[in-house]
Design a protein around this ligand. Structure first.
Ligand SMILES: [Zn+2]
Length: 395
């Protein structure tokens, strides 16, 4: 079946199951008018054509809070961008975003490009909805310095955030601690102090932007919570011996704060994690499980793009990771939809309710009983229009 273009029009979709972002509803039908969902459940008027999708589950499009559209997974992060022109990085970012959309990720946040090349992708109906950070803020020679976001602590922080406001970014990304494969700063060690993070949060908030803090170390995580960042990326709780060692107090503070854990979940089925992470995975899973049990929020921040096993549509492979920290399948689906949308402060995303954007995902089977079914993507709708040539093209 071919995808028809033009106005989305007025139509209804019926599926075997419908997850609305919070729960599975009894009457699995949604009414779409142009770009929005206007009714869910039994309220479809008689004069509207209802397309039966058959044995599929209809869900809100997935939300991934951490991607890198300029990375292509080939070689080290530095090798992936060095020597590549801005124009080429921009077209690579377009292709990455398109792959995300075709795989069911209808909303994503880019947490690190070079020279603001991803900002032009916003507002294009062929793309997912994208929130952009521009280059991540790091210390001189610090983690991911080659993306161009070097800043000096103190006043340099104000300058850096204001530059992103002027450029029109949606969010600010700070490399609070060192990172994987950047020898300059050990992963566990802080690059910025509490005061610097506070300054960034104040400046960003005043401009209506959210703040994402990349943190591997315990001190960085504690400071990021105190500074009131919106999300902590990775959040691996590493001490000086590179072992996850969160205190109960830290887990409790995180759970009770407004700061969300953006978990680096998601891997293709044939993928393997770097050995350093494999070793600490079970500790991190139990820490995230604790945060969740204590009432904190854990969502997806896949870091898509950094590795060949993390393509930009990796979100649909990540559901099992949420179940593995102790979430029920429904909680895992919430994390991947409404949880991510609320984290990004996008109330029209991640839910199938009247007034929400008609960004939808249809998968074969039932992810509630088999999380792997989330990757059996049948069709994706963006603002009411189907995006896959192969799937049902009802509109
Ligand atoms: Zn990242």
């Amino acid at each position: 079946m071919t995808v028809r273009h033009g106005p989305a029009g007025r139509f209804a979709l019926r599926a075997q199951r419908l997850f609305d972002g919070e729960r599975f509803i009894d009457s699995p039908v949604a009414l779409i008018e142009d770009e929005r969902i206007t009714a869910v459940g039994a309220d479809v008027p008689d004069d509207v054509t209802t397309h039966d999708l058959g044995a599929v589950t209809l869900l809100p499009g997935l939300v991934d809070c951490h991607q890198h559209l300029v990375f292509d997974g080939k070689g080290t992060l530095e090798e992936q961008v060095s020597g590549v022109s801005d124009a080429d990085l921009r077209s690579r970012a377009r292709a990455s975003a398109r792959r995300a959309l075709l795989g069911g990720t209808t909303t994503l946040r880019d947490l690190g490009d070079r020279n603001y090349v991803t900002l032009d992708l916003r507002g294009d109906p062929e793309m997912p909805t994208i929130a952009c950070a521009g280059p991540p803020i790091t210390i001189v020679g610090g983690h991911c310095w080659y993306l161009g976001g070097e800043a000096t602590p103190g006043d340099g922080m104000v300058t850096a955030v204001r530059e992103r406001i002027e450029r029109g970014c949606d969010t600010v990304k700070i490399m609070v601690t060192g990172g994987f494969l950047t020898p300059a700063t050990p992963m566990w060690k802080s690059q910025f102090e509490l005061e610097d993070i506070r300054t960034a949060v104040q400046e960003a908030r005043a401009a209506g932007m959210t703040v994402a803090a990349h943190c591997h170390g315990l001190q960085g995580i504690s400071d990021a919570i105190d500074a009131g960042v919106d999300t902590i990326e990775h959040c691996t709780f590493l001490d000086e011996t590179m072992t996850p060692a969160p205190s109960t107090d830290l887990l409790e503070r995180l759970a009770k704060s407004d700061t969300t854990v953006s978990a680096t979940f998601g891997l293709t089925p044939n993928g393997a994690m770097p050995e350093a992470f494999e070793r600490i995975l079970s500790d991190i899973r139990s820490a995230f499980g604790e945060v969740h049990t204590r009432g904190g929020r854990v969502v997806l921040g896949s870091d898509a793009g950094i590795d060949e096993f993390k393509p930009h549509d990796v979100a649909h492979y990540s559901m099992g990771d949420f179940v593995a920290i102790g979430m029920s399948p429904v909680e895992a689906l919430q994390a991947l939809t409404i949880g991510g949308a609320d984290t990004l402060k996008m109330p029209r995303k991640g839910r199938i309710v009247p007034g929400a954007d008609a960004d939808l995902l249809a998968v074969q089977g039932d992810p509630e009983s088999n999380p792997a079914d989330l990757s059996q993507v049948e069709q994706v709708w963006r603002a009411g229009r189907p995006v896959r040539e192969s799937g049902p093209a009802f509109n």
